[in-house]
Design a protein around this ligand. Structure first.
Ligand SMILES: Cc1cc2nc3c(=O)[nH]c(=O)nc-3n(C[C@H](O)[C@H](O)[C@H](O)COP(=O)(O)O)c2cc1C
Length: 360
């Protein structure tokens, strides 16, 4: 039986007429979701300065087309030896049960159907094993939030390895919650039945939830070194914006970094992720894998990110808006839309060249 074998036609969702770009899902999701869930999805830290910067950086970018090329530029990409349809991945997004009854099962099916990679969050509604099963042969990466208990963290990594995850993404930019006024105003609280399945057996951490308690158990470079030394998976650090942090990650044995400010959800006033990409690529050289997320909404954005040194990008909010409105089909449609735009951009502009970025 395939992963979708027990689903009926109505479970797959639908694409409303008139949805032709990623941004088209946003107003539909706002209308569909309860205000608290929408605040969690669409919100940002403090005043949303960084979230806006992410998008504005792309809007200010330029693509100078190269014309009359002999070669057909290929939209496909290869990451850690695996070929995918395009350098466009599904970013880790927690608690997807808030947005659709199939939760991460829907995003896993969609990513698999369009031949790209789902990055599954530690805080997924469904267990990492259930997500891998739903992907039915597709490729997943596991996003790790380092847990206060080292043994439990190690067990999570071992589970991800056993379930066939192909890479480990350690998110390092959220040791404490950001100031989430949008969520606070809407009164968002995670409903108890949606508690993350992966953490069900986590030992009680004894913390009182205070800032001091959270800080006392925040991950450090020694946690990263410990995990890199133990796992056979390639490790990427997500949330890197500083060139020296990027270099230190690679020195410790990470295979790459994800240049990201968490979609502007953690530290407001952080720079646009796109603006940090070229300096980090220049510092790391050609070899390490570099991904970018934050504000990617168009195929042209993918071109811009690759011309500034990314190997691939990840997309967060719009795919989950598509999930909320259109279910698995909605996510697949949104991914397909972006992949098609990327292919059209390649046909119009030629392949991204690093030299373009240095001119800017
Ligand atoms: C609702 C929501 C939940 C998120 N949960 C996680 C998470 O569990 N782990 C993580 O590393 N990043 C998480 N992120 C950040 C995304 O992985 C990604 O960095 C960000 O959404 C990219 O920006 P974009 O939404 O503009 O595409 C979350 C983002 C959103 C919108």
């Amino acid at each position: 039986m395939t992963a979708a074998g027990d689903l009926g036609p109505s479970d797959f969702g639908a694409v409303p007429p008139g949805v032709v770009s990623l941004e088209d899902w946003a107003p539909l999701a706002r209308a569909r979701l309860a205000p608290e869930a929408h605040a969690y999805l669409a919100g940002h830290a403090c005043d949303g300065v960084t979230a806006r910067r992410n998008r504005d950086a792309f809007l200010a970018a330029e693509i100078v087309p190269r014309l009359l090329l002999d070669q057909d530029p290929a939209p496909a990409a290869t990451l850690f030896g695996r070929s995918i349809a395009a350098p466009i991945l599904v970013a880790p997004v927690a608690h997807q049960g808030l947005f659709h009854p199939l939760a991460e099962r829907a995003t896993a099916m969609a990513a698999s159907a369009v031949d790209t990679i789902l990055v599954a969050s530690t805080l997924s509604t469904l267990s990492l094993e259930a997500i891998a099963e739903a992907a039915d042969g597709g490729t997943q990466w596991f996003q790790l939030y380092v847990q206060p208990d080292r043994g439990f963290t190690d067990a999570l990594v071992a589970r991800a390895e056993a379930a066939g995850y192909a890479a480990l993404v350690i998110t390092v930019d959220a040791p404490v919650f950001g100031v989430r006024n949008v969520e606070q105003r809407a009164g968002f609280r995670l409903p108890a039945p949606l508690a993350p399945a992966n953490l069900r057996d986590a030992p009680a951490d004894g913390g009182d939830g205070s800032l001091a308690a959270l800080l006392a158990r925040r991950p450090t470079w020694s946690d990263v070194a410990h995990i890199v030394a133990r796992t056979r998976l390639p490790v990427l650090l997500k949330g890197i914006l500083d060139v020296e942090d990027a270099a230190r990650a690679i020195d410790l044995g990470a295979a790459g970094v994800i240049v990201s400010n968490h979609g502007g959800r953690v530290l407001d006033l952080a720079p646009a992720a796109l603006d940090r990409l070229a300096p980090i690529r220049d510092r790391l050289g050609d070899r390490p894998t570099i991904l970018l997320d934050g504000g990617v909404r168009r195929g042209g954005d993918v071109h811009v990110a690759l011309s500034r040194g990314a190997d691939a990008v990840m997309v967060g909010r719009p795919l989950i808006e598509a999930l909320a409105v259109g279910g698995p089909l909605g996510v697949a449609h949104a991914l397909r839309t972006l992949i098609d735009e990327w292919a059209i951009t390649l046909a119009l502009a030629g392949p991204p060249r690093r030299s373009d970025a240095r001119d800017q």
